[in-house]
Design a protein around this ligand. Structure first.
Ligand SMILES: CCCCCCCC/C=C\CCCCCCCC(=O)SCCNC(=O)CCNC(=O)[C@H](O)C(C)(C)COP(=O)(O)OP(=O)(O)OC[C@H]1O[C@@H](n2cnc3c(N)ncnc32)[C@H](O)[C@@H]1OP(=O)(O)O
Length: 237
């Protein structure tokens, strides 16, 4: 585990070194470059391998990509920002312009995608629509440390929330999340989150998941969640 983390960090530092060593642009060109690279970052799909991914994560990714070939599974792309359609869906419920200034909103991004490659949340989600379940492959980086050498429980809870949410569809909010942390997760290791939709009752979606090691021998966590489809007649704020 430690070896893969060190290798990951080494490649991050190597990337940084290259970036820092790159020739600087003149002052006049920098704003244009910043705008261009920001655009590229916003539209980049982050649920794809990068040099910080461990051998385990790449191997599992390849296995699931194979399962996608017959159409039974699909890889969910992941962006730093919500799509225009998703944002419009949620604006219907959270319309109060006093809450967040438009300028601040334009800076908003999914916080799990706010880290440099390998330092935070590295993950990809695969969905099986017929079976109403998803598999999330997650490698928690060194900036997600809680107890020394271990992944912070809040980081795990975040990924569980996202994994359960990926089994829903449309505009939903988490109403309840229950997690049993059974074993601590080593920092920089890869875990597999298996989530499923158990029951749909009106606007209520009942979901559950388990978090296991790649070899499936260790059960790290079990969780249940209640998600509520937002009611267009109600404003939540
Ligand atoms: C989400 C993005 C999706 C994009 C998709 C991208 C691709 C997929 C990839 C990745 C997925 C990403 C997933 C991200 C996940 C992140 C989610 C969050 O972080 S959410 C922030 C934290 N949650 C809050 O802040 C909620 C705060 N609470 C509320 O706003 C309301 O309470 C709300 C909307 C949850 C419900 O309010 P009401 O007014 O619409 O509905 P009422 O009438 O109160 O409840 C409806 C039913 O649910 C029960 N209910 C509500 N809350 C309950 C609770 N806590 N426990 C038990 N039952 C509850 C009620 O008893 C009622 O049941 P009866 O219909 O009468 O049978």
């Amino acid at each position: 585990m430690l070896r893969s983390c060190t290798a990951g960090l080494r490649s991050i530092w190597a990337l940084r070194g290259r970036r820092e060593g790159a020739p600087r642009l003149s002052m006049d060109l920098q704003p244009a470059r910043r705008l261009f690279s920001t655009e590229k970052v916003i539209h980049k799909d982050w649920a794809l391998p990068n040099p910080s991914w461990s051998k385990d994560l790449k191997l599992l990714f390849d296995q699931f990509m194979k399962k996608c070939e017959d159409g039974s599974w699909e890889r969910l792309p992941s962006y730093k920002r919500r799509s225009t359609q998703e944002s419009e869906d949620f604006k219907t419920y959270f319309l109060d312009p006093k809450l967040v200034e438009e300028e601040r909103l334009s800076q908003a991004q999914l916080f799990t995608r706010g880290f440099e490659d390998g330092l935070g949340f590295e993950y990809v989600i695969f969905k099986n629509n017929d079976e109403k379940r998803t598999v999330c492959l997650f490698q928690g980086g060194p900036y997600l440390q809680g107890v020394p050498g271990l992944l912070h429980g809040g980081a795990m809870a975040t990924m569980i929330d996202i994994a359960l949410g990926s089994c829903t569809g449309g505009a939903v909010m988490t109403a309840n999340l229950n997690i049993n942390f059974k074993r601590p997760v080593p920092l920089c290791s890869v875990v597999v989150i298996n989530s499923q939709l158990d029951k749909l009752e009106g606007r209520k979606l009942f979901l559950s998941c388990n978090v296991r090691s790649v070899d499936e021998k260790t059960l790290y966590s079990e969780a249940t969640g209640l998600f509520i489809k937002l009611d267009p007649e109600k404003s939540s704020t």
